[in-house]
Design a binder for this molecule. Structure first.
Ligand SMILES: NC(=O)c1ccc[n+]([C@@H]2O[C@H](COP(=O)([O-])OP(=O)(O)OC[C@H]3O[C@@H](n4cnc5c(N)ncnc54)[C@H](OP(=O)(O)O)[C@@H]3O)[C@@H](O)[C@H]2O)c1
Length: 320
């Protein structure tokens, strides 16, 4: 199943995430990429900060050697915050690691150049961290545009943006973003952001589509809610005879988004693809899920805050 971006490229409507956090090793993830390709996945969501692109690259190479055409794959990567001034070098490194000569999509992972060491506590603050600066972002974006001109990437896009920041980008960009990655699950529906993307012909790609149930303790707060335990999700799962995780993903597909769930477990990723190909939620279920938004952002971005920022809400322009 493909959707088409405004640049005319077919993009598979279910991708596999490759961020293992503290839970899964690079080798487990590269094995999952091979397994997922065997069962039919063609879309893989990567990033340099996931610290596994060389291993994922080995997996992609073996997928291509097994007979899958490069043209049928959709591979995304992202420039990390500490490389906003060296976007081309970051992309070239990702290409070397992933063993590809072009990427289907390259994203600015976060709109801030604020870096933090991996695994740090959410209360740690980088003394060099700064608030969002549109001119600085546009300087980064100009380097993204150069990658398109050089043929190293077919599409460019954004991640972790707000309507406020996207509006300014659309006003000033020479090459528009083709896709935008946003946290999206039934308890965090980002209706304003999502609608803005659709209205501006920017393909939404939803991360943490299941509500990231296995995220590390440091990324949990007492007010976080659990999508897969919501009675509306559980009821739909019981009707379909699937895990509630599958309902979260189906909901997103039916909204017109592209979910990128993570899994290294074959029954999970195989079942997910089969469900997306064969099952659907009813209109009534879609309407009910539309009503269970809890505005529960899970990836709050605390570690990107600058000295003097009030709290993580400052990263998101006060948008829900
Ligand atoms: N752009 C960004 O800033 C950004 C941020 C975060 C994530 N991402 C991308 O989004 C991807 C997914 O996000 P995520 O890993 O946070 O969360 P997620 O996909 O919402 O949750 C992943 C977890 O859900 C469980 N799961 C997966 N399939 C299942 C199934 N069929 N049945 C039951 N449980 C299932 C697994 O738990 P167990 O392992 O415990 O079985 C898995 O670890 C990442 O890998 C990454 O590629 C992007």
């Amino acid at each position: 199943m493909n959707l088409f971006t405004h640049s005319g490229n077919p993009i598979p409507q279910l991708g596999l995430g490759t961020f293992g956090s503290d839970n899964y090793t690079a080798d487990q993830i590269s094995a999952a990429v091979i397994g997922a390709a065997e069962v039919g996945y063609r879309h893989f969501d990567c990033a340099s900060i996931y610290a596994n692109e060389p291993e994922v690259g080995n997996a992609l190479q073996s997928v291509i050697q097994s007979g899958v055409s490069r043209e049928d794959l959709w591979v995304t990567s992202k420039v990390w915050n500490n490389m906003h001034s060296a976007v081309e070098a970051s992309c070239e490194q990702s290409l070397r690691d992933l063993k590809l000569d072009y990427l289907d999509l390259f994203l600015v992972h976060w709109p801030f150049p604020n870096h933090h060491a991996q695994g740090v506590d959410v209360n740690s603050r980088d003394p060099h961290a700064v608030p969002y600066d549109h001119n600085a972002y546009m300087a980064t974006w100009a380097q993204m545009e150069r990658l398109v001109e050089r043929g190293l990437v077919r599409n460019i896009g954004t991640s972790n943006m707000t309507v406020h920041k996207l509006s300014a980008l659309l006003r000033d960009a020479a090459i528009r973003p083709v896709a935008s990655q946003l946290e999206l699950h039934p308890h965090f529906q980002q209706k304003g952001n999502f609608q803005f993307l659709l209205e501006n012909d920017i393909q939404p790609i939803g991360y943490s589509p299941i509500g990231s149930p296995s995220r590390p303790e440091r990324d949990r707060t007492p007010t976080d809610t659990v999508d897969v335990e919501d009675p509306v999700i559980v009821a739909a799962a019981e009707r379909l005879g699937v895990h509630p995780a599958v309902v979260c993903v189906l909901w997103q597909v039916q909204l017109g988004s592209i979910p990128i769930p993570f899994s290294v477990k074959r029954p999970q990723y195989e079942g997910m693809l089969k469900a997306v190909q064969e099952l659907s939620l009813t209109e009534a279920e879609m309407l009910e899920i539309g009503k269970i938004d809890r505005n529960c952002r899970l990836i709050k971005g605390h570690v990107f805050l600058w000295e003097g920022a009030k709290d993580w809400i400052d990263l998101w322009d006060d948008e829900p």
